[in-house]
Design a protein around this ligand. Structure first.
Ligand code: HEC
Length: 132
């Protein structure tokens, strides 16, 4: 009986030891991930922004189903430069995608562009919204 108890104690200690080791390991793994994230922050490149290269893909993925390829909702065709420029110049484009008060939130069917996508569009507008 004594022997049996000893065995159980040994087993108990092993289990405690093992789970502690696992806990410590997963903990250090977590802080490792945080460290890596800090060393490599997700960067948003807003340099050398071009309409065709950087901005249009955002519109294609998020807006064309209502404002592109011949679909003209609310009188807006984002794939027609003159129509797009009009929305830039009247302030609706940036107001709508940033969900600014008094604007119609776009995309209309919900969601919001990511901060980086908005920053890219803003950077393009800041350079004068060229047709490049
Ligand atoms: C599901 C359809 C849909 C999607 C997707 C969509 N829109 Fe719209 N958009 C609309 C509708 C509907 C209107 C008209 C809203 C109104 O006038 O009340 C509109 C109007 C607009 C206007 C002019 C509205 C104003 O402020 O007067 C702009 C600019 C615009 N959309 C930009 C965008 C951009 C940029 C995207 C993508 C990020 C987008 N939309 C995605 C449906 C959509």
């Amino acid at each position: 009986m004594k022997r049996f108890f000893k065995r159980r104690t040994w087993l108990l200690y092993s289990i405690i030891g093992l789970s502690t080791a696992v806990a410590i390991d997963s903990c250090s793994k977590q802080s490792e991930d945080v460290l890596i994230a800090q060393q490599h922050p997700v960067t948003c490149d807003t340099t050398n922004i071009k309409l065709s290269v950087n901005v249009m893909p955002i519109f294609k993925a998020n807006c064309y189903r209502c404002h592109g390829n011949g679909v003209v909702t609310g009188g807006v065709s984002l794939d027609v430069y003159s129509s797009l420029l009009a929305q830039v110049n009247n302030g609706n484009l940036i107001g709508d995608i940033t969900h600014a008060p008094g604007h119609v939130n776009m995309p209309f069917d919900g969601g919001k562009l990511s901060d980086c996508e908005i920053a890219i569009i803003q950077a393009w507008i800041n350079t004068g919204a060229p047709n490049n």
